[in-house]
Design a binder for this molecule. Structure first.
Ligand SMILES: [Zn+2]
Ligand SMILES: [Zn+2]
Length: 336
């Protein structure tokens, strides 16, 4: 079954490349980039399958059992813009593209450091998992998710970074498409940190693609407006829609000592260990109680985070520069 699906995917990949991409490259005089275009076609197809899965499986679940029924909201809350972000991110293979761009320079740097006597790590080989790539990928997934937790803590802690990350929190109608509403600079910084780390510890391109696809699909699910609580054990093992919804809640999601709660991207264990976990929303969902409103507190006072792609990108950048300005310290931009 799996073998048949892989063959079907490979046939689709070849067909799209030979039928459309290759003639386009030839017409534009870009045949020198054939190899890169072949890889990009594969990433595009993977992203397309993801979007089809979100639309065919998770979207109907939102309609069937929504966590909350709310009105259409303001112009900045429309779902359409989030769909555009998702298409840009998934079809444009954002994270994988950054990994591919950084691959050569980072591996060269690793070799240079190795020549200087700095020990280099192939973690899966060191753990005896060189011939078990799936198990190796699982170990890498846990390590990258741990770092992602701390990236997310920093996105809330540092005012300049919060100014960018606030664009993600500005959607007040959570849906399956909300995950990719991000400032592009925020995406690039996070993806670059994770890609450099992955390359340094020996993650292979195919392992990285597998990790990215699983993370992206699960992140879309945890933003979905689904009112069905996950079974207890699953929701303790993987971030549930209720758990992440509280991370988006007005006030509790971005204020307080840690400037928020529930920062984990995949595994809530990090929030449990570092005392930032809050299971209130899961409990409320299970007891059919109303949920916290989502968004940022100052939106209630009329602070604008943009209604379209360019205005959101501009406002995030402007707020970041203000937060970095000498003497400002970003006090008005911070989440608390
Ligand atoms: Zn956040
Ligand atoms: Zn989120």
């Amino acid at each position: 079954m799996t073998e048949a699906l892989i063959q079907l995917f490979a046939a689709g990949h070849d067909g799209l490349f030979e039928g459309l991409v290759l003639p386009l490259l030839s017409a534009c005089g870009l045949m020198a980039y054939m190899e890169e275009a072949f890889d990009f076609t594969e990433w595009f197809l993977i992203g397309l399958l993801e979007v089809v899965f979100l639309a065919a499986v998770i979207l109907p679940l939102e309609r069937l059992a929504p966590a909350e029924r709310r009105g259409p909201g303001g112009p900045g809350d429309r779902m359409r813009i989030d769909v555009a972000y998702t298409l840009l991110h998934r079809l444009g293979a954002f994270s994988i593209f950054i990994f591919a761009v950084l691959q050569t320079p980072v591996l060269k740097l690793r070799d240079i450091l190795g020549d200087w006597g700095v020990p280099t790590i192939e973690l899966d080989a060191a753990l005896g998992l060189a011939y078990a790539p799936m198990l190796g990928a699982l170990v890498y997934l846990v390590i990258l998710d741990f770092v992602d937790y701390w990236i997310h803590r920093a996105q809330h802690k540092w005012n300049w970074w919060w100014a960018l990350h606030a664009i993600h929190h500005s959607q007040r109608r959570m849906t399956v498409w909300t995950d990719n509403r991000n400032h592009l600079l925020d995406d690039i910084i996070r993806d670059a940190i994770l890609a450099v780390l992955a390359l340094f510890i020996g993650v292979t391109p195919s392992q990285f693609i597998g990790i990215v696809v699983f993370t992206r699909v699960w992140q879309s699910l945890q933003h979905a407006n689904i009112g069905i609580p996950l079974p207890g054990l699953v929701s303790r093992a993987l971030v549930s829609p209720g758990f992440h919804r509280l991370h988006h809640a007005v006030s509790i999601g971005h204020e307080g000592v840690s400037r928020g709660v529930n920062f984990a991207v995949l595994f809530p264990i990090w929030d449990m260990v570092f005392r930032t976990a809050d299971w209130t929303a899961d409990r409320r969902l299970a007891q059919h109680e109303p949920l916290e409103a989502t968004g940022i507190r100052d939106q209630e006072q009329g602070v604008d985070y943009g209604t379209g792609f360019w205005s959101q990108q501009w406002i995030g950048l402007r707020n970041m520069l203000r937060a970095l300005a000498p003497g400002r310290g970003g006090q008005t931009m911070g989440p608390s």
